[in-house]
Design a protein around this ligand. Structure first.
Ligand SMILES: Nc1nc2c(ncn2[C@@H]2O[C@H](COP(=O)(O)OP(=O)(O)OP(=O)(O)O)[C@@H](O)[C@H]2O)c(=O)[nH]1
Ligand SMILES: [Mg+2]
Length: 202
């Protein structure tokens, strides 16, 4: 099987409103998660480029929908986090609505990466979005990110808890431990994305 060349990713375009989006061909993967969980860092690490997507210690850094092109037929999309923002009120409410609208509209979405901070675990809104994606039959990859912050035993406990939670919700999703900082789980994620892309791009 051929491999996607994540390292050749380029920034394509940013959008604030859905009706401004003028890219309608190809396939895409969306990166979603609560504010500050490491969505933008993940894109940089995946593509082995430090400054592809803007990263910050303050929640609410990403304020637009950012399109990154992996190849001419495949994109990764970085979304603002749904949650608290240092920059403006009502950020969360507005973006949850927009994200759901986006998912409904964009039939070319083949998968969603949900980035969760392993220390804070799932927020109610994560589970809501996961349910929403599951109903739309979009493949879901959950990353328990920043696992470098906790010890090995706790990582395993949280991993099992996450799987049980998804089972209870009757949701089909894959879960993996991840750390952008320590580069844990990157190869596994690349393999999952490769398989997904070449399965859907026939
Ligand atoms: N310890 C640790 N810190 C991380 C990891 N990934 C990201 N961070 C840090 O988490 C903070 C937020 O990272 P971002 O990538 O900007 O997070 P985001 O989810 O894009 O944030 P918003 O766009 O504001 O929602 C930064 O200080 C990163 O350095 C990780 O794997 N481990
Ligand atoms: Mg971001």
């Amino acid at each position: 099987m051929k491999n996607l060349k994540f390292q050749s990713a380029i920034f394509l375009k940013s959008f604030l409103n859905l009706n401004e989006i003028n890219i309608h061909s190809g396939l895409e993967i969306i990166c979603l998660g609560y504010s500050n969980t490491g969505k933008s860092t993940l894109i940089n690490v995946l593509c082995n480029q430090n400054k592809l997507s803007r990263v910050s210690k303050s929640p609410g850094r990403t304020q637009l929908i950012n399109f990154f092109q992996i190849n001419k037929n495949f994109r990764i999309i970085d979304f603002p986090g749904y949650g608290y923002s240092k920059f403006h009120k009502n950020f969360s409410v507005i973006w949850i609505k927009k994200i759901k609208e986006y998912i409904k509209k964009r039939k070319m979405i083949i998968g969603a990466i949900i980035i969760v901070d392993i220390k804070f675990f799932f927020k109610k809104i994560d589970l809501d979005i996961i349910n929403f994606l599951n109903k739309k039959n979009i493949e879901i990859i959950i990353l328990l990110n920043k696992c470098d912050k906790i010890n090995y035993n706790l990582r395993c406990t949280k991993y099992i808890l996450a799987q049980k939670k998804l089972e209870l919700l009757n949701v089909s999703a894959s879960v993996q431990l991840f750390s952008s900082l320590k580069k844990i789980g990157i190869l596994k994620l690349k393999n999952s994305l490769n398989n997904l892309y070449f399965r859907k791009n026939k």
